[in-house]
Design a protein around this ligand. Sequence first.
Ligand SMILES: [Zn+2]
Length: 650
Amino acid sequence: MRFYFLLVIVFTITLPSASQSKKTNAYQYTVDLTKVVNDRVYVELKPPAVTSSEITFYMPKIVPGTYAIADYGRYVEDITAVDKKGNKLPVEKVEANTWKIKDAKKLAKISYWVNDSWDTEVAGPDIFWPAGTNIEEGKNFVINTSGFFGYIEGQKETPFQFNVVRSKDLYGSTGLIATETGAPPSSIKLEKTPENQNKVVDIYKTSDYDELVDSPLMYSKPDTAIIKVANTEVLIGSYSPNNKVTAKEIAASIREVLLAQTEYLGGKLPVDKYAFIFYFTDRPIMSYGALEHSYSSMYYMPEMTIDQMNQQLRDFAAHEFFHIVTPLTVHSEEIDNFDFNDPKMSKHLWMYEGVTEYFAGNVQVQYGLISPEEYIGVLQEKMMTADQFIDDVPFTEISKQTLDKYHDQYYNVYQKGALIGLCLDIKLRQLSAGKYGLRNLMLDLSAKYGKNKAFDDEELFDVITAMTYPEIGEFFNKYVKGSEPLPLKETFAAVGIEYVEEEKFEDYSLGIGNENIGVTEIDGQAKLQIAHAERMNDMAKALEFQEGDVLIKINQDSLPELGPMFGMFIQSHIAKLPTLDTLSYTVLRTGDDGNQKLVELKAPVKKIEMVRKHSLSPMEDITEAQYALRESWLRAPVATDQEQKPKEDK
Ligand SMILES: [Zn+2]
């Protein structure tokens, strides 16, 4: 929704803290969730002391972890700056995220309205959902702080306080930790007026803008669970509009993943408090995902029951939680000193996203949460998905230019990036006779650097090589800094697994697969379509698919929404093929006249010659060394092994 009526709201709430802290040089923000006007929320800022006559006020262009331009300034409307007496000061909008305020020495207050990114259509890039903002009056507010609060140029390091005015029946899930004013959220009493009866103000403080942006919140009717994992208190906050899933169920599901991750990280976690914040949507979706923060992660996922989403939920949670290793603990200067409005990218997405994704799978097989066969399937899927991206440009280059030139290659960080992690892990284990893997390397890097000490982007490969083996330097040179294809055959052979890049075989086929389908959007819903007619197999040819055909039904069964359930749907139809005489599809086809119509396609079911890519199978005769290496890769280290004892956290 989008409205432009201008309304003025007078704050009737007195905030004692605001007057008390007049002397402190901090940003004082107030956002009132009890007053939603035209799907917008009012934000007020008492700025820190300003010494120049003109200042620049920024909303972020980008936030860490998304690797994409967001331009949050697009959702801010009616910025007003006033002096102590309420006289307006000149404000000039410079570009989407930048405003200049003149006569700034007199500046006493900045105010504006914030629209939410989730249901406001504005020109420009789509904001990644878990980094976006949601305003659903009385029900749910997703406060990614980057969408609500800005900063003044040169004063990014100044402390922030923000007050959230809410109705009593809403609860704020966040990873923010206690402030000196009390337990989080510390609440203050409001003036006793009839209007304020059901309102509470939550006060949060952060040391600077980076910490502010690192701290999302979700306000909704309370559905929370708390679990204790090693030394860490873990909060699960959930919003499921149709109550299909609860925080308790989520907690039960991800608890064992977190326990395994704790062991994987040496028995202790580097945070005291952590929050998983879940928003489940019942609307049609094109994409969903999650975003990591130092003390929390934010999830935007389709609303399903816990059984329907279980594995995906665990995969997502494991991935986001492992980000506390990298980039949150191990990161380069580009990330440490993050420039929200003129971002510099690092070369090391292979590590931030790739190693994180690799760990998310490896921990699950090591601790028996998935079987080795399932894990091999996960790796195969990554190899097949990676085939859809370019493989002749160094991964460091793709990383460095991920905002522009190689933006369309970003998704490969979860595929090839994870496979780099795999090859590196096995190489390290091979060189150390199974004693030292990628897990150990990341723990050592965490100890060497840590949250507050960045590495030099140019030097990381040399540092790692010095910490490990010269062969690891060669590995980086060839496969990460260089553009040679990953040594998959050699890597899998080291653990006694036969890798065949491509082989022909005969089997039944649905006529659709990674090679010929793509995703398109119809009425806001993601649908599968035939994207590459030139890559159709004999079954697809027999069905007479045409490029652009949107798949509606298979054998009279409507295709479900793309999401975690989709794979099972396809699998069940593949399994049925041998029992059928005919395979049929209903497709939506656009004719030469531009009109769309439903078309029925049919072909007799028979085995066809197909190409299987990236097949993996256990070798028949393997050496003891191969066996030992496979064990060290797939099985959690035994605690009695001296080399593998949990390390003390630094
Ligand atoms: Zn990630």
